[in-house]
Design a binder for this molecule. Structure first.
Ligand SMILES: Cc1cc2nc3c(=O)[nH]c(=O)nc-3n(C[C@H](O)[C@H](O)[C@H](O)COP(=O)(O)OP(=O)(O)OC[C@H]3O[C@@H](n4cnc5c(N)ncnc54)[C@H](O)[C@@H]3O)c2cc1C
Length: 393
């Protein structure tokens, strides 16, 4: 399959074949290298080029805009497959469909889609999304990056923090306000070429997890943009941001399920092999208890994620479903990774078995794309509003 040549959405048999292709690629091409490039804090260029050639970045983006036109359920399964070996590649595979591309697809003009979305979905370029700021992560409406209108377009001043793909992105979709007192109503979305004068990138090195991804600060020091840089209409920025992050949450959940499944797989394999007190540790009830809990929560997380994907496929916003899937799958990843390290004993602490990397990455899942406490807040609000409607109050 050559991804760049795909012209129509995949048929069911092709979708199955594509999933198998991703699984084989992950096992044969990624698994032997992931430990090394995680330590080096850099994704290998040749691996990404090969993935582009196979159409791995096409996701749910329609074929007319360079993508594969996958349905959301298949897309989620594809992201889970790659993430069983390395979820960081899952980040790059999901960006054209989610955090970076979803806003372009939904709010972009045909010109913007042609210029940015098509090469993004074909894996010819990469992008980044600048939502978080040094003083407003969870509170998107509190964005303080400012824009002013000029004769020919806009000028932006401000700073974004913790932005992924600083090293590879050809452009960033970012957000600025004309007047902070307007809150979310004042927000507008912009497409900023990464090489625009005034753009400064400052990567954070030696992160706890997600190490192969280049993440860090993006300073916008008087960046001048033309009219064509505005994504959507002025004042529509909050809607663009929410479209991007809600699609992003399906991807985070799918990646977390993949990571949690890898912890279960590693734990089962190790428990059968490791002999102490004259028998495999798999015979001990307490180890079985951990494995049982892991298996149940991985499957529950997968089903919540699938439910979210199905709702998106029906064209629903799926805001609460996305929060539930992201929250539960990332908590599952974190607990599965903790138990996997425990089952591996001292070997779990070394980098040789993969579970130490999973343990470091799993914690980060509970923070990115909305800290889990924010998701609890959103889910509770929804539950309380539903209860209020049902009681007529
Ligand atoms: C590796 C990595 C990659 C990232 N990539 C990107 C990216 O590409 N683009 C991007 O825009 N951002 C990115 N981020 C940023 C990430 O999305 C934010 O870190 C996240 O949204 C949380 O924001 P914050 O760190 O500012 O936490 P804060 O908003 O400061 O919150 C800190 C803690 O306070 C608590 N809290 C905050 N508000 C509430 C509340 N209302 N109720 C209850 N508790 C609350 C929570 O426990 C929360 O964890 C990345 C972060 C990391 C670590």
């Amino acid at each position: 399959m050559t991804g760049n040549a795909v012209a129509e959405p995949l048929a069911p048999a092709e979708r199955k074949q594509f999933l198998r292709l991703v699984r084989e690629f992950a096992q044969e091409k990624v698994a032997p290298r992931v430990q090394e490039y995680d330590a080096a804090e850099k994704l290998p260029d040749d691996l990404l080029a090969e993935m582009a050639g196979l159409g791995f970045f096409g996701g749910v983006v329609p074929p007319e805009w360079g993508g594969l036109g996958l349905d959301h359920v298949t897309f989620s399964q594809v992201i889970e497959e790659i993430s069983r070996v390395d979820h960081c590649l899952g980040v790059l595979m999901s960006m054209p469909s989610a955090l970076v591309g979803a806003g372009l697809l939904t709010f972009g003009t045909d010109e913007q889609r042609k210029r940015w979305l098509v090469p993004l979905a074909e894996g010819r370029i990469f992008g980044g999304a600048g939502v978080t700021e040094p003083r407003s992560g969870s509170d998107v409406a509190g964005t303080s990056t400012r824009y002013e209108r000029t004769r020919d377009g806009y000028v932006l001043h401000g700073a974004k923090a913790w932005i992924t793909n600083l090293d590879r992105a050809s452009f960033f979709v970012t957000f600025a306000t004309a007047d902070p007192s307007l809150g979310r109503r004042g927000l507008s979305a912009f497409i900023i070429p990464a090489d625009a004068p005034g753009v400064l990138k400052e990567p954070v090195h030696n992160k706890l997890g997600f190490r192969p991804l280049c993440t860090g600060g993006l300073t916008l020091g008087g960046v001048e943009l033309g009219e064509e840089a505005l994504l959507g209409e002025e004042g529509q920025g909050f809607a663009v941001a929410m479209t991007a992050v809600e699609r992003g949450r399906l991807s985070v959940a799918s990646r977390a399920v993949g990571l949690a499944q890898s912890c279960l797989d590693a734990s089962v394999g190790y428990a059968v092999d490791r002999v102490v007190f004259g028998q495999p540790i798999a015979n001990f009830q307490m180890v079985q208890h951990k494995i049982a809990n892991m298996a149940v929560s991985v499957q529950a997380a997968r089903l919540l994620t699938q439910q979210c994907a199905e709702a998106m496929q029906r064209g629903e916003r799926a805001r609460t479903e996305a929060s539930m899937a992201k929250l539960y799958a990332s908590d599952t990843a974190q607990s599965a990774a903790t138990e996997a390290v425990q089952i591996h004993g001292a070997y779990g602490v070394s980098e040789d078995y993969g579970v130490a990397r999973a343990y470091r990455d799993a914690k980060v899942f509970q923070i990115v794309e909305g800290a889990n406490d924010i998701h609890r807040l959103l889910i509770a609000r929804d539950a309380l509003a539903t209860a209020g409607r049902e009681s007529g109050s």
